[in-house]
Design a protein around this ligand. Structure first.
Ligand code: ATP
Ligand code: MG
Length: 441
């Protein structure tokens, strides 16, 4: 049996992200130690939030094996016959009608799948900090992906809590992710400021308006320092979905008709392309039903080549490679005005030059939703945007120039700061944990 740890676990912050996770510990002097996760190419501070399940033969019996993080991707890429790679698991949490999924013929609850990632994160952190970890300060988005009501958010958080319990955590304290990022930013300040935080991740975009700074920390925080939070379940994954919709799906027949073309009937039902857009649904396309639909679509299609390419993508389970190609294009468009989308795998080859302006037109609706969400935060708090001293942007999607320019336009370039895009939430969670521990000690 496990012995309880003699002293309380030092403040550990865990950012379980839709795309990347990180873990930090803050010492009493405020310095931060980030867990270094091993991978084949060296160590990394951000652990990909992915899970890979495969069947392997042991002493004549087939056994399910699970890998998480960098090792999941390595095993997936190495496998000749692919198992299941699941991404963006956090995005399922609010869906009360989706409790489990079948993997390699067995049902798994989402909490259990997430718990497998969290267990490995805990073990890596224990190895790194050389201590048992049973308590953690954990981030949550203001609004979970797919959550429409407060009840959906509460439900999602309770599932995340369950996943942490299953992963061996006895006590978990939740903090809003953008508030955590604010504490990380606060550590760089030498005077108090009214700040707006924008945390743009893989699944969610979150905002906090709050007063932070050395004097506030010294006098002790009051609830009035937090003016408000807002958020929406849309971020990097949604931008990827737009690239799939406007570029990849048409190349795979989304606008193709079945014969006779005069009837204007689509060759492949639209829901298949909708699943193709979402990384967390993509692996569900490998079913017998979808194979049948695609086969008959191929036989009837006006452009069978495109449907054949779609069949190859689904049958050979190239979702991850497609995801990589989409992300590469997105990253390149963050630093260049134009980039080539390249997806080449065996017989499948898709290439297309894309300008940043084109990409921005694909995500225009999402950018508008982000602007509305920021407006609602100012309306709800009654704060005049002119009062904001500084804007701090973080999260991987804050690299997207169109996202940054929303803030530069509204608050001027000189007020916008950014940094530690992949670790500021974990850093801030650790600082928050440390502060709470000092207060209660
Ligand atoms: N240079 C870049 N340009 C555009 N997007 C990027 C860039 N780098 C990373 N991203 C995107 O950032 C997202 C991941 O960011 P991050 O790690 O902050 O998210 P997360 O914390 O896992 O998600 P969430 O906070 O929503 O749960 C991905 O969608 C990724 O494609
Ligand atoms: Mg995040």
């Amino acid at each position: 049996m496990r012995q309880p740890h003699p002293s309380p676990t030092p403040g550990i912050g865990i950012d379980f992200g839709t795309t990347n996770s990180s873990i930090a510990r803050a010492s009493t002097n405020g310095s931060i130690d980030l867990v270094q996760f091993p991978s084949r190419t060296g160590t990394t501070e951000s652990f990909r939030s992915v899970l890979y399940m495969d069947r392997t033969r042991h002493a004549g019996h087939l056994r399910l094996t699970t890998h998480t993080g960098p090792s999941a991707i390595e095993h997936y890429l190495d496998a000749e016959k692919k198992g299941r790679l699941i991404q963006s698991l956090k995005s399922y949490l609010s869906a009360s009608n989706l409790t489990s999924t079948e993997i390699l013929g067995r049902p798994f609850r989402f909490e259990d799948l997430i718990a497998r990632i969290l267990t490995d994160l805990r073990l890596e952190a224990e190895r790194h900090f050389k201590t048992e970890i049973r308590h953690a300060t954990v981030g949550r988005p203001v609004r979970f992906v797919g959550a429409e009501t407060e009840a959906d958010d509460t439900f999602a958080q309770s599932r995340l809590q369950q996943a942490f319990t299953l992963a061996g955590f006895e006590q978990v304290h939740f903090v809003m992710e953008p508030e955590a990022a604010a504490y990380a930013y606060e550590a760089t300040l030498d005077r108090d400021e009214l700040i707006l935080i924008g945390d743009f991740g893989g699944g969610t975009s979150d905002f906090s308006l709050l007063r932070v700074g050395p004097n506030i920390r010294r006098r002790g925080r009051s609830p009035q320092d937090l003016l408000g939070n807002s958020g929406l379940g849309l971020a990097g994954d949604t931008f990827d979905a737009r690239i799939v919709r406007h570029l990849v799906s048409p190349a795979l027949g989304s606008n193709s008709l079945q014969r006779p073309a005069s009837k204007h009937l689509p060759a492949v039902p639209a829901w298949i392309y909708t699943n193709l857009e979402r990384w967390h649904y993509l692996s569900f396309l490998r079913t017998r039903n979808v194979t049948e639909i695609l086969k008959s679509a191929h036989a009837r299609a006006v452009e069978p080549d495109k449907i054949e390419a779609l069949i190859t993508l689904v049958e050979e389970d190239l979702g991850f490679q497609l995801h990589q190609a989409v992300q590469r294009l997105k990253y390149e468009l963050s630093s260049s005005d134009s980039a080539e989308f390249r997806f080449i795998d065996g017989t499948l080859e898709l290439r297309q030059q894309v300008t940043r302006t084109e990409f921005e037109s694909w995500i225009a609706e999402d950018l508008a939703a982000i602007e509305t969400c920021i407006d609602s935060l100012f309306q709800q708090t009654g704060i005049d945007p002119k009062e904001v001293d500084r804007v701090f942007l973080t999260g991987g999607t804050s690299f997207v120039p169109a996202v940054r320019s929303i803030f530069e336009r509204r608050f001027t370039k000189t007020k916008v700061r950014s940094g530690n895009e992949f670790t500021s939430v974990a850093r801030g969670l650790a600082l928050h944990a440390q502060e709470r521990q000092t207060r209660t000690a």
